[in-house]
Design a protein around this ligand. Structure first.
Ligand code: NDP
Length: 315
């Protein structure tokens, strides 16, 4: 019997994995344990050790992190760095101590070098400084890859990392200050429709992004923990041709929420990186049969989830 511990199990990605393993991907030889910060503060080594003692995982999907959108990152780089460094070091040290067979940790396409060639691929994680806006988060994430290589070299461990592009879906953080662009947009559009006010979008709307639906990412994470055997990272993203502008994303949200008022772009606000186009070639070679949910359908489902869960959603 495999025991798969999912840290960050209460968040956007963790709750999507929970939905998928409890429905379409259920297996009798796997027991899944999902934990959030209330179950264990992973910044604390002793508490993390107690968690591993009680769960006794054979496999770990490590998602827990301090996560936030552009504006939250800009204001708190030091905090993002220190918290995430502590969490990652503790989790990987205890995976080794408790003889965990495989650990898949989570990087992000936004931690890649700022000045680079496109598309970005898995070999480029350390080839130049990240964008200034989120250097704290980025360097802490990059150190996961350093730890993975160290545990492989010194102890023969198979600890690896997955690199998602921007994620969205049910259970996202819809907070207008700390949320990522899509959930913040969905929340803003909801309020603009309710109050009959214009929808104000931060920035020019021109930057390009790849967005993956959390339930698609969940299916990919499950396949990676079951089948991927390499220490090198693997990008989990929609293809390069599925990249959309923020303006396109706004249109999809406006359509899904049926907002008919004016949309205004506040160009005095930062745009962040113009693009960070990632290649999903390695992923498609490994899982050539994988089908992504169409963007508009996924936005529709996410908007519906937010409207139906407005009272209790994280905001
Ligand atoms: P969420 O903010 O939705 O969830 C974060 C999770 O981490 C929550 O379960 C939270 O627990 C947990 N957590 C935070 N701090 C601690 C702590 N000190 N101890 C224990 N648990 C903690 O994040 P996402 O689901 O969006 O992100 C999951 C992973 O994916 C992260 O590693 C993130 O960097 C990565 N990622 C996310 C992207 C995105 O667009 N969202 C893009 C690319 C990568 P609780 O809620 O109970 O407090």
């Amino acid at each position: 019997m495999k025991t798969i511990l999912v840290t960050g199990g209460t968040g956007l990605v963790g709750s999507a994995i929970k939905t998928v393993v409890e429905t379409t991907e259920k297996r009798d030889d796997e027991q899944w344990v999902f934990i959030g910060s209330k179950d264990c503060d992973l910044e604390n080594l002793e508490k993390t050790r107690k968690l591993f003692e009680s769960v006794k995982p054979t496999h770990v999907i490590h998602l827990a992190a301090m996560v936030g959108g552009l504006f939250h990152n800009l204001a708190h780089n030091l905090k993002f760095f220190r918290k995430n460094m502590a969490i990652n070091d503790n989790v990987l040290a205890l995976c080794h101590e408790f003889d965990v067979v495989k650990c898949v940790s989570c990087l992000s396409t936004c931690i890649f070098p700022d000045k680079t060639t496109y598309p970005i691929d898995e070999t480029m994680v350390h080839l130049g400084p990240p964008h200034d806006s989120n250097f704290g988060y980025s360097y802490a994430k990059r150190m996961i890859d350093v730890l993975n290589k160290g545990y492989a070299q010194e102890h023969g461990r198979k600890y690896t990392s997955a690199v998602p592009c921007n994620v969205f879906g049910p259970h996202d953080n819809y907070n207008l200050q700390s949320g990522h662009v899509l959930p913040a947009l969905i929340h803003k559009a909801f309020v603009a429709k309710r109050d009959d006010t214009p929808l104000q979008v931060f920035g020019s709307g021109k930057p390009l992004r790849q967005f993956i639906y959390s339930l698609d990412l969940a299916r990919l994470f499950i396949r990676v923990v079951r089948e991927y055997e390499d220490v090198e990272p693997i990008i989990l993203s929609v293809g390069e041709s599925d990249e959309v502008s923020i303006r396109d994303a706004v249109s999809a949200v406006v359509k899904a929420i049926e907002f008919t008022g004016d949309v205004e772009y506040d160009t005095s606000k930062a745009d962040g990186q113009f693009k960070k186009t990632a290649s999903n070639e390695k992923l498609l070679k490994l899982f050539p049969d994988f089908k992504f949910t169409p963007f508009e359908q996924a936005i529709q489902e996410s908007v519906q989830w937010f409207v139906e869960n407005y009272e209790t959603a994280r905001k």
